[in-house]
Design a binder for this molecule. Structure first.
Ligand code: FES
Length: 129
C-alpha cells in the first residue's frame, strides 16, 4: 500500500501497487506541470525527500543525470514507489482539480490501511499504514 506524502502540505495520496507517482496523483484528482508522460522531457521532476522508488522503464541519462539519480530527483511519470515516499514539488504547488477523485482516493487509502491492520492482527506482524 504505497502512499505519496506531499511536502510541505502533508497531503497523503494512496497509490495502487506498481502505479507511477504521476499517474497516482492524477488518479487522485491532482495536477501539476508535466510534458510527455513517458520519461523523455524531464518536466515532471520532483524531489524525493523520503522513501525509495524505482523506474518502471529505463530512463535516459540525458533526462536524469548520474548526480540526479543519487540526490533524490524523481522523474514522477516513471517512478514507482517501493515504499511510502515523501515528495516535494519543484517551483509550483500541486493543484487539486477534482475533489471527488480525492475523496475516492482517501477512502481507498483508509480501506487498504484497515485491511493491512487486520492482516497484521491475524498474523501477529506489524505493518506501516
Ligand atoms: S512528463 Fe516528460 S519525463 Fe515525465
Amino acid at each position: 500500500m504505497p502512499t505519496v506524502t506531499i511536502h510541505p502540505t502533508g497531503e497523503v495520496i494512496y497509490l495502487e501497487p506498481e502505479e507511477t507517482v504521476l499517474y497516482g496523483l492524477y488518479r487522485a484528482g491532482y495536477a501539476y506541470a508535466v510534458g510527455c508522460r513517458r520519461g523523455g522531457c524531464a518536466i515532471c521532476k520532483v524531489d524525493c525527500r523520503e522513501g525509495e522508488f524505482h523506474y518502471n522503464r529505463p530512463v535516459a541519462d540525458t533526462v536524469i543525470t548520474d548526480a540526479e539519480r543519487t540526490d533524490g530527483t524523481c522523474l514522477s511519470c516513471r517512478a514507482v514507489p517501493e515504499s511510502d515516499i515523501t515528495i516535494e514539488m519543484r517551483g509550483e504547488n500541486l493543484r487539486l482539480v477534482n475533489p471527488l477523485l480525492r475523496q475516492i482516493n482517501e477512502k481507498a487509502r483508509l480501506r487498504a490501511a484497515a485491511v493491512a491492520a487486520e492482516r497484521s492482527h491475524l498474523t501477529g506482524t506489524t505493518t506501516k499504514e
